[in-house]
Design a protein around this ligand. Sequence first.
Ligand code: MN
Ligand code: MN
Length: 473
Amino acid sequence: MKKNMSKKKVEELRKRLVRKPQLVWDVAKPAEKKKVFEFAERYKGFLDAAKTEREAVREIEGFAKKKGFKDITKGDRGNKFYKINKNKNIALAVLGKRPLVAGLNLIASHIDSPRLDLKQNPVYEEVDLAFLKTHYYGGIKKYQWLARPLAIHGTVLKKDGSSVNLEIGEADDDPVFTIADLLPHLARKVQTDKKVSDAFAGEKLNVLAGSLPLGDEETKERFKLAVLEYLFSTYGLIEEDLISAEIEIVPAGRARDVGWDRSLVGAYGQDDRVCTYAALEAAGETKPPQTTALALFMDKEEVGSDGSTGAKSRFLEDFVADLLETTGQEASAKALRSCLMASKALSADVNGALDPDYQEVHEKRNAARIGYGVCITKFTGSGGKYGSSDANAEYLAQIRKLFNENGVVWQTGELGKVDEGGGGTIAKFLAIYGMEVLDCGTPLLSMHSPFEIASKADIYMTYKGYRAFFGSK
Ligand code: MN
Ligand code: MN
């Protein structure tokens, strides 16, 4: 140890050795700050138009078409393609100069968000009011869904196979729906004195849908009948149609600016449509790169990635096989394996930002902070890194260098204290192929709530990071 260093020397050394997290607002130039706010406007528009996975697919397809991407199943020629899987997930690719077997630059996000799904026999009546039964989807705090305006979004398949899309509760003059909560005066025994996990039951998340009867007092189930009559006269639906349906209850209302300075976005569904939109714009701007850029938008992440539209499905392989064939190569098992094995991925998902009121659940030296840029997360999982894909140090070195060279303000994050809880992303399902994977996305406050909060600065840096990644070798 050198003990007699001058004060100036020590200070110089400190600057050289110690990593200082950067607040985006401190380092962004005025021109970049302008871009931050402009990007957020486009992002909010996407959030309002894409409140479900199906709506997200429609929006992404619309965006892709405008940017010259072609549906790969149609056999058109080109170097920008997309493919849709069952209207619930989608992928975009910009073909690179190197052959596909040399690997992809892949950004994978998810377009499903926690919500309430209608059960297949939803309509019933109780004490002369009409209701809809729900089964919640993903990790919600049930009480957050009570006593607030809710909207219905969904798709119903009729007997003849034709489909009806529903969206009620978003236009200013639309009615909304709601789940009534118990008055505090009577809540002591059944709610207040209980553990929160016991106080709110899934079977009580019943959506109020009407109170006008049809017929007279003699009519059986006349409040339920009134709802069915409305659905029939408005959409031509009968009760059995609701069985072949996916109807989602989501918070009603638009994405909003939060704070006097309008520096934050508050909205439903930012996990993970914030990374989705950042990846989408980045893909849209990618000129033919060295390495093929692929943006993957998955469904079912919030329930473990199972199912034919989730990350455990073979959709990625299928799309890469199409890309191989489009470029005149045989989509052999070997070529597929080589391509995926040589690929580099960002698992584009949000992280929980340090919560000012609950700092005790975070480990402050390693928690993501609002305003400090896009967050890279080496490992997720919980309690001993269980269930994590833990990115390789070599790969972190590459991404760190890439972000530093491209003016991307970034930070690292860990989801909570070691023994506090945790969570996973689709990173581990990509890692199965042997590709490099790193979690990289926007930090959120109020994650999984009906009104999640993100910093416009972090949203923009997420996009900037993804754009740099797609443009990299
Ligand atoms: Mn997520
Ligand atoms: Mn989530």
